[in-house]
Write a protein of this length. Structure first.
Length: 367
């Protein structure tokens, strides 16, 4: 039973729900919906079992801040998916996974998560466990797109990824972490062999196509991209993110940057509420997410350019789909044990194929 059981910690949140839905469609797994609120977990389990005419979803009450509530449920599970922020409980939850022999896949996007998990890399290796971090689409997909594009060149020189979205954000701890990510300025630009922090002149425009159109984007630090230049000897790479709407971009974000320049995290909760209100009040009704890769290099001595665009109307679905692609490969046994970022653990071409099959729209342009 354990070999076919996956626990989704934070399973009744937006990303957790999307994951559970897609896993029921794509696998025969038994799913445990875990969280502190038993009513929400039980309600979602009932809803999913009813909609999918099955009995494969069960609720479990547990609290990441109380490891004693985790161990019995982890022992039931082959793998735990971390679909909610863990904060200071990150390593204590990982220790429970190591004690129970439960594999791990998280959707945590703070850029220092991989470094924190490295504290236990030796034990992970000794236990021959799979620990995958930073799943989703940001992070999670940018490096996958670069790996996928690299197969189209005999020499890849430049590969940049741009993100744009018009989505709604719930007022949760994940939104607080998003603000932290937006203001992260560490080593986001790689040009001519050097990673450096961005400046305002690094703003650049990308044409995302309809409905996003052409948008100015600013470099965003993403840990999975740090190793990319070493893979391919690139002269330029990085991830760029577009803004949200006029109110947020020109009033809220400057306030956030100003507060964080005084002290990181200053006014975090109040600024999160203002950001939430601005996004949900002033953004267009139509929701969408677009990820675009632009790559240049050579194929057999001739110049070549290629671009990929992935888009979907649901940010939670686009977060869940790459994780499910990864899980399909994990279940097949093609992902070896050890600590890795999800983007560097998966087969990129297989991932792109599965994303398209799941309903992500993918467009390719080659020159």
């Amino acid at each position: 039973m354990r070999e076919q059981t996956v626990l989704i910690l934070g399973g009744y949140g937006g990303a957790g729900k999307a994951l559970a839905e897609l896993l029921l469609k794509e696998t025969k797994l038994r799913l445990l919906i875990g969280g502190r609120n038993p009513a929400k977990a039980e309600a979602l389990a009932f809803e999913l079992n009813t909609r999918h005419s099955c009995h494969r979803v069960e609720a479990r009450t547990l609290d990441a801040n109380r490891p004693e509530t985790l161990l019995p449920v982890f022992k039931e599970s082959r793998l735990v998916i971390i679909a909610a922020p863990l904060g200071e409980s990150l390593l204590s939850v990982l220790r429970v996974a190591l004690e129970s022999g439960t594999d791990w896949l998280d959707l945590l996007f703070p850029p220092d998560i991989p470094q924190k998990l490295q504290t236990y890399e030796g034990e992970i290796h000794k236990n021959e466990q799979v620990v995958l971090t930073q799943g989703g689409f940001h992070p999670g997909l940018p490096a996958v797109l670069v790996h996928h594009a690299a197969a189209c060149f005999t020499r890849l020189e430049r590969a940049v990824v741009a993100l744009a979205m018009n989505a709604r954000f719930p007022l949760t701890e994940s939104l607080h972490e998003l603000l932290d990510e937006i203001t992260e300025t560490r080593l986001a630009v790689f040009r001519d062999g050097i990673w450096r922090s961005p400046v305002w002149k690094d703003l650049r425009s990308f044409n995302f196509g309809p409905p996003a159109g052409t948008r100015k984007c600013y470099p965003m630090a993403m840990t999975e991209m740090q190793a990319i230049p070493e893979y391919y000897g690139l002269r330029e790479t990085g991830v760029y993110a577009a803004g949200f709407n006029g109110f947020v971009d020109f009033l809220v974000l400057p306030l956030i940057y100003a507060a964080y320049s005084l002290r990181r995290g200053l006014g975090r909760k109040a600024l999160s509420r203002l950001f939430y209100w601005g996004i949900n009040t002033f953004s267009p009704k139509q929701e969408w997410v677009v990820i675009r890769l632009e790559a240049d290099g050579e194929e057999n001595g001739k110049p070549k350019s290629i671009s990929f665009s992935l888009n979907h109307e649901d940010a939670y679905f686009l977060t869940a789909a790459p994780v499910v692609c990864c899980l399909l490969q994990y279940l097949e046994g093609t992902i070896p044990s050890g600590l890795k970022m999800m983007a560097h653990a998966v087969d990129p071409s297989r991932t792109i194929e599965d994303l398209q099959r799941m309903g992500i729209r993918i467009e390719t342009d080659t020159n």
